[in-house]
Design a protein around this ligand. Structure first.
Ligand SMILES: [Fe+2]
Length: 347
């Protein structure tokens, strides 16, 4: 592509004349709008859990979950400071619920995932069903479903929230409302959705009602067992080790319409081949230690650390021990729009 045309006094005078008519010259901005490759402000970043945990707990002394509505520290991408986002299209935060607390019921257009980082025994209720959350569980709050959280255990509970807030904001499609009580009434027994939709079976006359999976808690125990069984085949992908995506059992598509979520196992001493894709990806380390090299910059991680690989940045992972990584990105959106691209190098 040619260089941006030079500015001249005549051209500048012309730009000033057309500005009141809400007109602007494309040739002055074209290079920034249509880039030859993704040129995101999103930067590689890592949040070390042992550093962040203290600050999260400190928030517990400052404000109650009820007053805050959601007591969350946003994981802000350093390249997108002040924009409440971890990547260009996605939001992430660490939410704290102390024993006995309740985060009141509400609903909104934005879809949310919860990935449990620390603790066990807090619950999320979605559309009349309560699920107890444990470390490594992947829990979904679909768009416009009532949800509230509470902690009946005796320990603080922290989870990673992932939402499509920036995407919905970009589309100007946000609605939200509070429930008329702190907690929603429960109409289904705990475990109903998983039994009904998440056992490789579906009710015989089931019809898909929304694009989101009817399973709203994918327990870590099941996911981990699947990975452990799969490793026996020794069929490691050079770029991903063993990588699974969370799917909607109704159609095999991603479990959420706007956010793709994944879990992968990398064995001890594994070095993945260089890889890049257009979906900026947020990783949450479940087990193990290792590092990820993103265009020459090394990020060393351990359990509960969170890091982000921006769009189209070449990277690879190295492990010191068996590692299990949860990750999420806007891949479903990009794939449906025909925009998603990956580059597996020579792998
Ligand atoms: Fe919410």
């Amino acid at each position: 592509m040619e260089a941006t045309p030079a500015r001249t006094p005549e051209r500048d005078a012309y730009y000033r004349r057309i500005a009141p008519l809400n007109l602007a010259p494309l040739w002055e901005v074209l290079k920034g709008l249509i880039t030859p490759a993704p040129a995101s402000g999103c930067r590689p970043a890592l949040w070390r859990y042992d550093e962040v945990r203290e600050r999260v707990l400190e928030a517990g002394d400052l404000i109650t979950a009820k007053e805050a509505e959601r007591r969350v520290l946003i994981l802000e991408n350093p390249g997108l400071a002040g924009q409440s986002r971890i990547t260009t299209s996605l939001y992430a935060g660490l939410q704290l619920i102390l024993p006995g607390e309740v985060a009141p019921a509400h609903r909104h257009s934005q879809s949310a995932l919860r990935f449990v980082v620390e603790g066990e025994g807090a619950f999320t209720a979605v559309d009349g069903e309560k699920t107890i959350m444990r470390e490594g569980d992947f829990v979904i709050t679909p768009s416009w479903t009532w949800h509230d959280h509470g902690n009946d255990s005796d320990r603080p509970m922290v989870w990673l929230d992932g939402l499509d807030i920036p995407l919905v904001q970009f589309l100007d499609a946000s609605f939200a409302e509070g429930f008329n009580a702190e907690a929603q009434p429960l109409s289904k027994p705990t475990g109903d959705a998983l039994a009904r939709y998440g056992s490789g079976l579906l009710p015989v006359d089931h019809r898909q009602a929304t694009p989101t999976s009817p399973v709203f808690n994918y327990p870590y125990a099941r996911t981990r067992a699947a990975l452990e069984q799969m490793r026996k085949a020794e069929a490691w992908d050079p770029c991903h080790g063993l990588k699974l995506k969370y799917v909607n059992p109704e159609n095999g598509d991603f479990a959420m319409a706007t956010i793709g979520a994944f879990m992968q196992l990398l064995p001890t001493g594994f070095e993945t081949a260089a890889y890049r894709a257009t979906d900026a990806t947020v990783y949450s380390v479940v087990e193990g230690k290792g590092s990820t090299v993103i265009e020459g910059e090394t990020f060393t991680w351990g359990p509960r650390d969170i890091f982000v690989v921006p769009s189209w940045r070449r990277h690879h992972h190295l492990t010191e021990s068996d590692a299990v990584l949860f990750s999420f990105s806007d891949r479903p959106v990009q794939m449906k729009l025909g925009l998603w691209r990956e580059d597996r190098g020579n792998a």
